[in-house]
Structure formats: C-alpha cells, structure tokens
Design a protein. Structure first.
Lengths: 296, 391
C-alpha cells in the first residue's frame, strides 16, 4: 500500500511538472502573439472601433487557454484525476464491452443475411442459367434488399428522399424483370439454332441436304416462328410480359414524381397540373354539350 | 437406296452465285433508293367537310353521279390510320367504291395528345360519331346512312348501330372483333392478364410506339427478320420498293390511343367480353346487339392472327336482323385491303351488296355547306325515319 501510494505520488508529480511546462510554453506563445498583434494593429489605418479584430480574438483565446492549462496542471487536479482512474475503469470496461457486443450483433445479422443469399446458390450458376435465375434474383431483391429502400426517412427532406428511394427501387425491379423478359424472348433463337443443327444432321444422315443455302434460311425461319408461337402462347411468357409492363409503368410513375418535384422549383406547370386542367376542360365540354342538347 | 451426294463444289458454286447476285442487286438497289420514289399514300382526292377537336371528316365524291341513295360512312380503328383504305392506285378500297358510284365519308381520328386522355368510348361513339352522322344526314337530307367499320372502328360501328339503329340503313363490319373470349389470337391471350389500369395511370394515353412494338412481337420471326430479308432480296425492283415503303409508312404511323378509351376497351371487351353478351355500357347506356335489325355484312380473314375468325363470326348470330351475311376471305388482317387477290372480292362485294339494298336517291343539289373548324354542333331535327330501315 505504501509502495502504491509512493508510486502514485511520483506519477502525479511527473504529470504536474509536465503540465506546468506545457502551460508555460502556451503562456510564452500567447504573450509573443499579443505583442505581434499590437505591433501590426498600430501600423494599420485606424478603424474607429467598427472593424473586426481577429488577431485580438486569437490573443484572448490563448490567454484563456493558458489559464485553463494552469488549472489543470495544479497538483490537486492531477491527484484527483489519478484517484478517479481506478473507479472509472469499470465504467470504461462496461462501455467498451457494450460497444463490442453491439458490433458483434450487427455482424451476426449481416452474416445471416449473407447466408440467405447463398441459399440456392446452384440456381445462380451461369452455366445452367434459366428463367429461375432471374426469378430468384428478383425474389432476393424483393425480400432482402428492397427493405432498405423502404426505411422511413427523417427530416425536412424526407419526402424527397423517399421519392428518390422509390424511384431507385422501381428501377431495380424493372431491371430484373426486363432481364428476365429479354432472356425469355431470346430463348427461341437459341433453340431454333439448335433445332436447325439437329435437323441438318438428320438430313445429312438421310442424304437430303440441298445446295441452295436459302433453303436452310427458310427452314430456320420456320423453326424460329414455331418456337416463338409456342413461347407466346405459354403462361410463363404472358405473366412475364404483364410483369414487365407493370414494372415499367411503376418505374415511369416513380421517375415522373421525382422529376415533378424538381420541376416544381421552375416557373412552369408540370404534367399533373396539366392533366388536372385537361380533365376540367373535358368535363366542362361534356357539360356544355349536354346543355346544348337539352336546349335543342 | 443410295444416298444422294451433296457436293461441296455445288454448295460453293451456289454461294458464289448468290454473292454475284447480291452484288448486282445491291448496285441496282442503291440506284433505286437514291432516285425519287413514289411512296405517297392516300392520293385519292378528298375534302375535309367537318371537324370537331382533332377529328376530321373526309368526303370522297365519285367521278360520275352517285349511284346510291345513301352515302357510306367509313369508320377506321383508333389504332393505325385510315390511309390503309387508300394505300395506292390499284390497291385502294376507296377508289374501287368510288368507281362503283358510292359516295364516301371517312372519319380521320387524328393524332390524340395528352389532352385527349380522358376521352372514353362513349365520347367517340355517342360524341364524335353521332355528331358526324347527324351532319351527313342533314347534309343529304336523309334519315339514315350506310355505315362501315374496320377492326376497332367496326366495334365502334356495332356499338353505334345498336344505340342508334334508326340512323343506320345498313352495317358492314370488316375484321371486327366482337367476341373476345377466344384463345386463338395472341392479343386475346395477352390482354387477359394485362394490368391496364397501371399502364394507363402511368402513361395517360396508350402509346402508338408501344402498340407497334406489341404487334411486332406477335410474330418477330416474320415481321422483324423475314420481312426485311424479303426486302433485301427484292430491292432491285422499283415497284416492290415503292410498295414496301408505302406499307412501312402506314404500319409505323401509329397515333396514341386515348387512355380511357383503351382502358375500357381492354377491360370491358378483352377481359370481360361484355359486348357480345349485351352487357356493355357506354356512359350508362346499354349496348344491346339485338337492336341491330338492319342488314349486316361481316367480313373477316381466315388467317387473321390479330382478330381471328372466332372473334368475328359470332356477330351475325347475335343480331336480330334477318338479312346478314358472313364473308370469310383467305387472307390475313391487312391483306383483306391490300392483297391484289382480295381487291377483286372485297370492295366489289361491298358495292354490290349496298346496291341491292339501296333505297331513295340523294338530292345532290341541296347539300348544306361544310362544317369545318367548328367545335359546336347543333342537333338537327331529323325527318321521320324510313320505315324500311326501322324494321
């Protein structure tokens, strides 16, 4: 116990000496600054006390800082700080522990989300790409990523932020659905070429190949047409087409809302206002016609 | 059986010959494409005699005296343009009918803008069409006229005739969808699942370009690849190039369709099939096909992939007229107007059919002045309806 106290006293005196030297150096700097500022202001044109005095402000700041440093360097202050370290250690440990735990929780949640994205990883294999690839990506976006764009916004700009987020969300949805639609529409081309190759192989086996290359083109076009007819009559295509058009419409609406918000800052009417005007005009014209008919 | 030998040199010879032909073809084609081409469409002279908003009424007069007592009002669809009926000399339904002494009025629906997005089917049928019919009846001092509708225009004409049978002397429908409950046409299949509300709410009107894209997607192999391969193979023939470009001009001349009209057309017709069930309403007025008591002539194309026969042929059994006729031509949706084979069957048949049912002649000297650039229409006091037309 005596040794501890002796050690603490030794540390406190070292701290005190260090703080004193720091304070002295600040004091010296402050005095030099004040002298320099006085010299400079004397050579300037007098300002009648209405102009600002940045150099004087700097001098005042240094003066107050040197006073603060002197207080800190007093042995009593240093002693109380040293005594408090022991009792505050627990609080510091608790604080640190809580922060680390929070971070670990977040990390766990991220890892879980990441784990979910890896589910069905086989369907993301580009080698065996099929329509499920796009469907799964779209579902993944809808369940895991979209929610971040739907987080309610705060503050003065919240409506604009939400509109922007909605536009981004609809754009992402459109991209995934459009990719699926494009993939679907390109499938018949791939299948028709394969089909043609099989047919040509068959024709070669039967010895019925012809020399006119146009015949092969006509055969391919016929196969392609049949493939498209099959595709277009399928439920998959009808649903994908419908989904694509809906996503396109939704993105257009979301984009228009963002544009209208921007345009509202300009002195021009926007589309919504014009539509309201058209509707009123239309209803007025109908009314007038009815009145004319009644009059006649 | 011995296998036929496929000689490599035969294939190479054929390919070399194609290359030579292609080279000559390209040389001739560039000369043709760079010189002036006659690709004008709708060249038969006409006069605009009536206008209301964007809608105009064209009047075609036969070169000689009119041989029918009543003129023919032609109503085209809102999709694409009525210029199809007068594509070029030699392929003009309008010209053929004029040559047969039939006086023609044709509605030009114009190019709808966003201002027109709230116009409904009722506005077109009981608004524009009714005003135009009244104008013609007053102009000729007749109680009724002959009405002909094409595709969606035919659907409108059927609705109009059901709501105003006293004004329609006879009805001709061509490639007109009236029964939408069929899986034969891809459009019918696709429209069933279309969320039309979202689309119209987002865009206002149905874009003509979007409609073009949808029609191309109906058969991309033929319409986007084979068609242009065919053009490339024949572009050394000036007449072929001119005809091709005329068709291209017409096909891609697609006005927008007013949003509310399209919305109702898809929902009430394609999705609910209300028209043929006599359940369709326009502004609260029920369209009952049993009111169609006038003679009906119904054309459709056997190979029409847009409006399949199943969509057209039911009409004549849904009306109560005892004078109906179905004519199924061996052609597609557009071929009925432009195919040279159908030119001999289609318009002459219409002329003959109309003449057989013709009644009193027009008082040509008493025509009222044109009503161009007017937005006001005064309802005329009509003479008593012809008893033959009413029965």
């Amino acid at each position: 116990m005596d040794e501890q106290q002796t050690e603490q006293n030794g540390t406190a005196s070292m701290m005190s000496a260090w703080m004193k030297s720091v304070t002295d150096s600040w004091n010296t700097m402050g005095q030099m600054w004040l002298v320099a500022s006085k010299t400079m202001t004397e050579s300037d044109t007098p300002t009648n006390g209405n102009g600002s005095d940045p150099l004087g402000l700097m001098g005042s700041f240094l003066k107050s800082w040197s006073g603060f440093a002197s207080t800190l360097s007093a042995p009593d202050s240093i002693q109380s700080g040293m005594n408090g370290v022991g009792s505050n250690l627990e609080s510091i440990l608790q604080l640190t522990q809580t922060r680390v735990e929070n971070y670990l929780d977040l990390q766990r949640a991220w890892m879980e989300k990441l784990g979910k994205t890896q589910d069905g990883a086989k369907s993301y294999n580009m080698k065996n790409m099929n329509q499920d690839f796009f469907k799964n990506w779209h579902d993944l976006y809808e369940t895991e990523i979209k929610q971040y764009l739907n987080i309610p916004q705060l503050g003065l700009m919240r409506f604009h932020q939400e509109r922007g987020n909605q536009a981004i969300d609809k754009f992402n949805s459109l991209q995934s659905v459009l990719a699926e639609f494009t993939f679907l529409v390109c499938q018949p081309i791939e299948k028709s070429i394969k089909n043609l190759q099989d047919r040509l192989a068959g024709m070669a086996d039967e010895g019925t190949l012809v020399e006119d290359t146009r015949e092969y083109y006509r055969l391919w076009i016929k196969i392609l047409e049949d493939q498209y007819m099959q595709l277009f009559a399928s439920n998959d295509y009808t649903e994908t087409l419908s989904k694509t058009l809906v996503c396109l419409a939704e993105f257009t609406s979301a984009k228009d809302e963002v544009l209208e918000a921007i345009l509202s800052n300009l002195p021009i009417p926007n589309q919504k206002e014009m539509d309201e005007l058209y509707r009123e005009l239309y209803l007025l014209k109908k009314k007038v016609k009815k009145l004319e008919q009644a009059k006649n | 059986m011995e296998q036929a030998q496929l000689s490599i040199d035969g294939i190479l010879k054929s390919m070399a010959q194609h290359a030579v032909n292609a080279h000559e073809l390209t040389k001739k084609a560039s000369d043709i494409l760079l010189e002036p081409l006659n690709t004008a469409i709708s060249e038969t002279p006409y006069e605009i005699v009536y206008q209301e908003d964007r809608v105009k009424l064209k009047h075609y007069k036969p070169s000689g005296p009119a041989r029918l007592g009543k003129p023919l009002l032609m109503v085209y669809a809102l999709i694409n343009r009525e210029t199809m009926l007068d594509l070029q000399p030699g392929r003009s339904v309008v010209q053929t009918l004029l040559d047969n002494g039939i006086e023609i009025y044709m509605i030009d629906w114009g190019y709808p803008t966003r201002k027109d997005r709230f116009l409904t089917i009722d506005d077109h049928v009981n608004g524009y069409m009714d005003n135009i019919v009244d104008f013609i009846l007053e102009r000729h001092e007749i109680p009724d006229l002959n009405l002909m509708g094409i595709c969606m225009g035919g659907t409108f004409s059927v609705m109009y005739a059901a709501l105003h049978p006293e004004k329609v002397h006879s009805l001709i429908t061509t490639v007109t969808p009236t029964n939408f409950d069929t899986k034969q046409g891809l459009l019918h299949v696709w429209m069933k699942k279309m969320d039309i509300d979202r689309i119209i709410d987002a865009y206002g009107n149905m874009s003509g370009d979007a409609l073009n894209a949808i029609f191309l997607l109906l058969n991309p192999a033929r319409l986007m690849i084979d068609k242009y391969v065919g053009f490339a193979e024949n572009m050394d023939k000036k007449e072929f190039v001119e005809n091709f470009i005329r068709m291209e001009k017409w096909i891609f001349d697609s006005p927008d369709v007013p949003g509310e009209t399209f919305r109702q057309f898809v929902k009430d017709c394609y999705q609910k099939n209300l028209l043929i069930k006599n359940e369709m309403e326009l502004d609260g007025k029920r369209v009952d096909l049993r009111n169609l008591t006038m003679p009906v002539l119904n054309f459709y194309g056997k190979y029409d992939h847009l409006v399949p026969p199943e969509s057209c042929e039911v009409l004549t059994s849904a009306v109560t007229s005892d004078d109906t006729e179905d004519v199924c031509l061996e052609t597609g949706h557009i071929g009925i107007y432009v195919s040279s084979r159908c030119q001999q069957k289609f318009a002459p048949k219409i002329a003959e059919w109309l003449k057989e049912r013709d009644t009193n002649r027009t008082k040509a000297t008493d025509l009222i002045p044109n009503k161009v650039k007017t937005t006001q229409t005064a309802k005329r006091k009509r003479p008593a309806a012809n008893s033959q037309a009413a029965s």
